[in-house]
Design a protein. Structure first.
Length: 278
């Protein structure tokens, strides 16, 4: 099977490389690295710069940053993935029903979505997390709800477009039920847009988790997440900048990889783009 042309570009190759590397780290690191290595404190080595013993340095409690950033990958990826999945479970039914039904149903549902879109996603996630309380599960819920309106709006537009296609009209004329039309004809044809948007949403979800944790409303100790590591480093930026640079670089590279991968995926799945011609 020939790889799409968009994935053979430098952007596509770099995106795939970064995404696969982060996923492998998130999956394999917890199997190979005991939790004790990431939580072991050595006050004699606190705020130590990178050395042979600690390749990425240590934090304010003398914990090895290499182990913490590797184990933190699983937490950050888990939260982002679960939040995006939740946003799909909320946004897809709203978008499908709104786009297919039209009329009053569309107006009511889209006004609800527009109300949520009036708030910045991070601000909405902050509010939800503050109400529910900061922990891993509530962070997932907060980000999932905050991102759902964006996905609902995109799915609604795609459903509107597909619902007007001749083959859908023919299936409707043939007596197919609304549910069958949605499941058999509309849903499969909007999935490329859903997949691309979900990939890009993963990048924003990782940033949102880092932002919530930095503000104290996301992941809580003793869990290791990149956002929590950045939050813990804020009082030591002048003396030990590596405590923020290490998790910050992990976030930046992951987001960069997901954005590049999402762009390449969009080009591959969009028949109107040149990248999808391969």
């Amino acid at each position: 099977m020939k790889m799409p042309a968009s994935f053979r570009t430098s952007k596509g190759i770099l995106g795939i490389t970064l995404v696969v590397t982060v996923l492998l780290i998130a999956i394999i690191a917890p199997m190979l690295i005991p939790d004790t290595l990431a939580t072991k404190m050595d006050m004699r080595a606190r705020l130590s710069p990178p050395t042979w013993a600690h390749p990425l340095g240590t934090d304010q409690l003398g914990r090895d940053l290499l182990y913490r950033v590797l184990l933190g990958a699983q937490t950050s990826i888990l939260i982002a993935s679960a939040a995006v999945l939740m946003s799909i479970l909320i946004g897809m039914p709203l978008g499908l029903i709104s786009g297919y039904a039209g009329g009053t149903t569309d107006n009511v549902l889209m006004r609800l979505v527009d109300t949520l879109l009036a708030f910045p996603a991070l601000l909405l996630a902050l509010t939800i997390s503050a109400v529910l309380g900061p922990n891993l599960q509530n962070t997932i819920i907060a980000i999932g709800i905050a991102f759902a309106p964006f996905l609902a709006r995109i799915i609604r537009g795609e459903a509107l477009r597909v619902a007007q296609m001749p083959y859908v009209e023919a299936a409707r004329t043939a007596g197919n039920s609304d549910l069958r039309l949605i499941v058999r004809h509309i849903l499969p044809n909007i999935m490329p847009a859903v997949i691309v948007q979900s990939t890009i949403s993963l990048a924003f979800a990782i940033l949102a988790e880092a932002g919530l944790s930095f503000l104290g409303l996301g992941t809580q100790p003793p869990d290791a997440s990149w956002g929590l590591m950045i939050q813990a480093s804020r009082d030591y930026l002048d003396r030990a900048p590596w405590t923020a640079l290490v998790p910050g670089a992990a976030v930046a590279l992951t987001v960069l990889g997901l954005n590049m991968f999402g762009d390449a995926l969009r080009d591959a799945l969009d028949p109107r783009s040149k990248g999808g011609a391969g």
